[in-house]
Design a protein around this ligand. Structure first.
Ligand SMILES: [Zn+2]
Ligand SMILES: [Zn+2]
Length: 169
C-alpha cells in the first residue's frame, strides 16, 4: 500500500475512539535514504493509534525495523535492531483538513539511525598494513608503534617484597 495514502489521516473520518494503524512499509516508500553503509533490511513495522484531539490529531505508537549496517572500522556487515518505542506526533488540523504523517515518520526513523556504525563496541578494525580483519585473527604486523605509557610508568614502580626489586637495603 502506498505509504503516503496510508499515512494521510482525514480527521472527519476518525471514530470517537480513534483508529489503529498497522502496516509494514518499505523504506523506499517513505523516501528513507539508504546507501552502502546503511540500509533497512526489513520493512518498517508501523503500529500507531491515531485519535482526534482538540485542534488536530494525535498519533502515538511504535516503529520497528532491522538495519543492515557496515562497520566503520572493519567494514563487515551486521544487523542492528531499530526500535522506536515512543512515537508521538500532534498535527494541527483546522477545518478537518487531512494530515499527512509521512514526514514525521521519516524523521523518526532518520533520528534513530546510528551515528557511528560499529559491529561491536571494541571492534579492532582492519590492520592498516595488510588489511586483515583483526577481530578474526591477529596478522602479526606491528600495530603498536607508540609505546604504551601506562605500562611504562608501572614498570618503574617498586613494591616491598618484590623479588625483582633492585632497591638497595
Ligand atoms: Zn567492526
Ligand atoms: Zn597486518
Amino acid at each position: 500500500m502506498n505509504a503516503k495514502h496510508l499515512l494521510t489521516i482525514y480527521p472527519d473520518s476518525l471514530p470517537p475512539g480513534g483508529i489503529d494503524l498497522a502496516a509494514d512499509i518499505a523504506a523506499e516508500d517513505l523516501n528513507v535514504p539508504e546507501d552502502d553503509r546503511l540500509v533497512c533490511a526489513a520493512p518498517i513495522k508501523l503500529r500507531l493509534h491515531v485519535s482526534l484531539v482538540h485542534g488536530g490529531i494525535l498519533a502515538e505508537g511504535s516503529l520497528h525495523s532491522v538495519l543492515r549496517c557496515r562497520c566503520d572500522r572493519c567494514l563487515t556487515y551486521y544487523d542492528h535492531d531499530l526500535t522506536i518505542g515512543a512515537v508521538c506526533h500532534f498535527s494541527k488540523s483546522t477545518d478537518n483538513e487531512p494530515v499527512d504523517l509521512t514526514d514525521d515518520i521519516r524523521q523518526d526513523i532518520l533520528l534513530a539511525f546510528p551515528q557511528q556504525c560499529l559491529c561491536r563496541e571494541n571492534c579492532a578494525g582492519l590492520c592498516s598494513n595488510c588489511g586483515q580483519n583483526l577481530n578474526v585473527r591477529d596478522c602479526g604486523c606491528q600495530h603498536q608503534t607508540v609505546p604504551n605509557d601506562t605500562w611504562h610508568a608501572l614498570d618503574k614502580l617498586q613494591f616491598n617484597g618484590d623479588p625483582n626489586s633492585n632497591a638497595s637495603n
